[in-house]
Design a protein around this ligand. Structure first.
Ligand SMILES: [Zn+2]
Length: 514
């Protein structure tokens, strides 16, 4: 991607400044500064840095800072693309440091205890006074202070003077201030169980991690995930498989991998069963899922309680005429490695064919020929001598990069859930991809939030972190709640050991006892 190489290569002072500016601008789009109580103060401390509403299309308030979108220089064609690109810049260039890594610190890195103290100091003093007492007073370098805010000093600034890190530091500071503050009251597994038992309107946010135990690949994981499987296709960026422009050009890329991610029948995980159990107990407000496998529907989550943020395989539409069919209708084609075509387009074509065929033959051009070839390849059509118009390709109603998000997402969040929610449970997602990443910062910060996943995150402060296989975690939570969560993948005599991770007051690790 363009901006990445710029950042990596241009080492002139102007280049470095430009690079920092674009990191700053880019990252500010994923931070909701408008929800921060210190808004005006940050504004002063970071004068000149454009501010953008974090929730795209969710926060309806008009804001002049919206211009930042237009000249951000990230080069995306549209919001969706841009958002995705920004996430990548953020992750790949900034080099996040997990809190855990602060424990393995060297002289140039804050210890975890120091980091916690700096974060508290920042909240207490405000950004301006905080900077005065730290970097400006010379008690610590900006380079080292960055690490307290989970930013690894980038290698391209290695031999730069310390003020070269100021831009990144202000980014780290404002990002820290935009984080929700953890509620000190909730820390233990007992707290988590009590919260689940007493809450009546639970939002459950789910990601790939809740389906991996069924062998469905994780989109984000670089090693075991789907993307590494795609590299052999020769795409410059594996995400192009889910790019609407690429799909329109050549649907083969998508359909080559679609077989692997096709929902398979009636299977679901213990975690899906747990969400269904919450629904049965009248506690489920909404399940926002990032997954496109549609397993939520399989397990029986009611359509009105389910937001599939990235769409799903449940339905499919023609990219030409928008004709929509149930998703299963195109599954046989996908499984057989064929590109599914639109029935309505074919039908319309039959009607047109007789009178119009001769005319079209004469008006052939390169584009038409290409279309015709493709059409002939995959159709049983016997009229290869005629230049017939292309029949539309069917595409599962998954939200591709470059396509708008489902309207229901922001509508449900702002007009329904925000004022009702009394507990947030995040399961199996690193919360780095919009729009799910925007849900947590958007909700009132006094609502308890808990996290269930294999790996912890540092960009969100949860009240209770429960690390491990999410199927194991939810089974143990149900056992402790006295709920009967039955699932063939949960052994009846399963014993789970929970240990508190050293140095963290509310981070618990779940493992199966042998
Ligand atoms: Zn069609």
């Amino acid at each position: 991607m363009g901006p990445l190489s710029t950042i990596g290569m241009d080492l002139t002072p102007e280049g470095a400044t430009h690079a920092r500016a674009s990191i700053k601008e880019a990252s500010f789009k994923v931070i909701d500064l408008s929800s921060s109580p210190e808004e005006s103060e940050i504004g002063e401390a970071l004068a000149g840095v454009p501010r953008v509403n974090g929730v795209n299309g969710v926060d309806g308030s008009e804001d002049e800072s919206g211009d930042a979108n237009s000249d951000s220089g990230t080069g995306g064609d549209d919001d969706e693309n841009e958002e995705w690109e920004i996430e990548s810049i953020f992750e790949d260039t900034l080099g996040e440091m997990d809190d855990q890594q602060l424990f393995e610190s060297g002289p140039e890195v804050c210890t975890y205890a120091e980091a916690v103290a700096f974060r508290r100091q920042l909240r207490d003093l405000g950004p301006e006074e905080f900077c005065k007492r730290t970097v400006e007073a010379g008690t610590i370098t900006a380079k080292k202070l960055l690490t307290a805010f989970n930013i690894r000093p980038p290698a391209f600034l290695d031999d730069s003077p310390d003020d070269a890190y100021y831009g990144l530091l202000s980014l780290g500071i404002s990002r820290e201030l935009s984080k929700r503050i953890k509620i000190p009251l909730y820390n233990t597994i007992d707290d988590a169980v009590e919260l689940i038992k007493k809450s009546r309107n639970i939002i459950v946010l789910t990601g790939a991690g809740i389906s991996t135990s069924l062998g469905i690949p994780d989109f984000r994981s670089k090693d075991t995930g789907l993307y590494s499987k795609l590299q052999h296709l020769g795409l410059s960026d594996p995400q192009e498989v889910f790019d609407i422009h690429v799909f329109r050009e050549d649907p083969n890329y998508f359909y080559t991998v679609a077989r692997d991610i096709l929902p398979s029948g009636d299977r679901f995980t213990p975690t899906h069963a747990f969400i269904h159990l919450l629904q049965q107990k009248g506690k489920l407000l909404t399940n926002y899922s990032q997954n496109i496998d549609n397993i939520e529907a399989t397990v029986g989550i009611l359509p009105e309680k389910l937001i599939q943020c990235h769409g799903s395989f449940a339905t499919a539409s023609c990219i030409e005429c928008k004709h929509q069919v149930p998703g299963e209708k195109i599954f046989p084609d996908i499984r057989a490695g064929r590109i599914p075509r639109c029935d309505r387009c074919i039908e319309n074509l039959r009607k047109l064919r007789a009178p119009a065929a001769m005319k079209r033959k004469r008006s052939a051009n390169g584009q038409d020929k290409k279309r015709r070839r493709r059409d002939v390849d995959s159709d049983s059509s016997e009229e290869e001598d005629y230049d017939i118009p292309a029949v539309g390709v069917m595409k599962p109603d998954i939200t591709f990069f470059g396509e708008p998000l489902p309207d229901r997402f922001s509508d449900r969040l702002t007009n329904h859930d925000k004022d009702k929610v009394d507990l947030v449970i995040v399961i199996g997602t690193s919360l780095k991809v919009a729009p799910v990443s925007e849900v947590v910062p958007y909700l009132p910060s006094n609502i308890p939030q808990m996290y269930i996943s294999r790996t912890p995150v540092s960009h969100v402060n949860f009240d209770v972190d429960m690390l491990g296989d999410c199927d194991v975690v939810v089974a143990e939570l149900c056992r402790r709640a006295g709920w009967d969560l039955q699932h063939p993948m949960i052994p009846e005599d399963q014993k789970v050991e929970v240990t508190l991770q050293e140095g963290f007051p509310s981070r618990h690790v779940f493992t199966i006892k042998e």
